[in-house]
Design a protein around this ligand. Structure first.
Ligand code: UDP
Ligand code: MG
Length: 323
């Protein structure tokens, strides 16, 4: 067909997940081009439309029609940010691959710096947030707490205060493609892969337009994917607390028998009964819930469904690239 499409040499792929970003696409694209065109790098821009309900798809299809280095992948529905990025990685060809949010919270102007660092012999250069603007105190607090918690219970070092804004080498992309998990937590997976990694710091801006696509529900799912994917500590906590509580319950039982039969000093113990039942019930539910979280992910991996369904794309798909 177009041999240059099939055997493209690409220095840098830019992966941009899109969920209802019509307000940001034009500015984002203009800023990307004005930053990357002067570098003389052969770039490709991969937009992944993750089931947007606004005009995002139309906008990126227009760009793709005008410029030969703009690719788009249109999902059949909303599969989520991490899966959109995964699809971009799967279909990217670049020697280096940058991942960036579409809402301009990650400044495109940082990409050349990230790229330069990568050329100095690193396989991963991530952008670490020095500060973040325009986000609710609750979001900042939960994010901070989550990254600290994750760092303390995993045995790989997932950098704190870092999203997916980063640049990685082809080596890392190939390693990611070999990781079969269904519940993607890309920043954790990249840490797990290893190699020489480094970072640069930046101040995170406000979202330029539109609204966040990350509802609390999606944030909680991402947090649980991160934790269950990289740590068994919660399961162990469940077991340990189970033992501690059972031990306490056993002591209380001894005391109750003693009071009942030896000293005869006992009251109809409604309060203590209620307290212990509720407490034990709570602990049991927590433990079961934790097991359920792991089990659900286990069964997702056993099912081995394709991770996403592409409805349309202008990227020539070679069967071996998808999975
Ligand atoms: N996004 C996506 N699918 C989703 C939610 C978000 O592809 O289901 C994209 C979104 O368009 C943006 C990036 O993921 O490019 C980060 O999302 P957002 O800015 O809404 O997250 P926040 O910055 O609020 O954490
Ligand atoms: Mg954002």
């Amino acid at each position: 067909m177009f041999p240059d499409l099939l055997f493209r040499a690409v220095d840098l792929s830019v992966i941009i997940p899109i969920y209802n970003e019509e307000a940001n696409i034009p500015t984002l694209y203009a800023r990307l081009r004005s930053v990357l065109d002067p570098t003389q790098l052969r770039c490709e821009y991969i937009f992944i439309n993750d089931g947007s309900r606004d005009r995002s798809l139309e906008l990126i299809q227009d760009l793709a029609a005008r410029e030969s280095d703009v690719r788009y992948i249109d999902f059949s529905r909303n599969f989520g940010h991490q899966i959109a990025v995964t699809a971009g990685l799967d279909l990217s060809l670049g020697e280096a691959v940058a991942i960036i949010d579409a809402d301009l919270q990650d400044p495109p102007e940082l990409i050349p710096q990230l790229y330069q660092k990568l050329q100095q012999g690193f396989e991963v250069v991530y952008a670490k947030r020095r500060s973040r603007q325009g986000e609710s105190a609750a979001k900042k607090f939960t994010a901070k707490l989550f990254y600290r918690l994750l760092a303390s219970i995993t045995n790989i070092s997932i950098p704190v205060d870092t999203g997916d804004f980063r640049i990685v080498s082809r080596k890392v992309v190939e390693a990611l493609k070999q990781m079969p998990e269904q519940n993607k937590f890309i920043r954790g997976q990249i840490s797990w892969i290893g190699y020489r990694q480094t970072y640069i710091e930046y101040d995170r801006a406000e979202r330029a337009g539109g609204e966040t696509g990350y509802t609390y529900r999606k944030m909680i799912r991402l947090a649980l994917d991160g934790i269950t994917g990289f740590s068994d500590v919660p399961l162990k906590v469940a077991t340990v607390s189970g033992f501690v509580v059972s031990g306490l319950a056993f002591l209380v039982m001894l005391y109750t028998l003693y009071a009942r039969f030896v000293t005869g000093d006992y009251q109809p113990g409604w309060a203590s009964l209620m307290v212990s039942i509720l407490f034990l019930g709570g602990v049991q539910l927590i433990a079961i819930g934790l097991i359920g979280e792991y089990l659900a992910r286990l069964s997702a991996n056993v099912r081995r469904r394709p991770l996403y369904i592409i409805s349309d794309t202008n990227i020539p798909i070679n069967e071996s690239v998808t999975h």
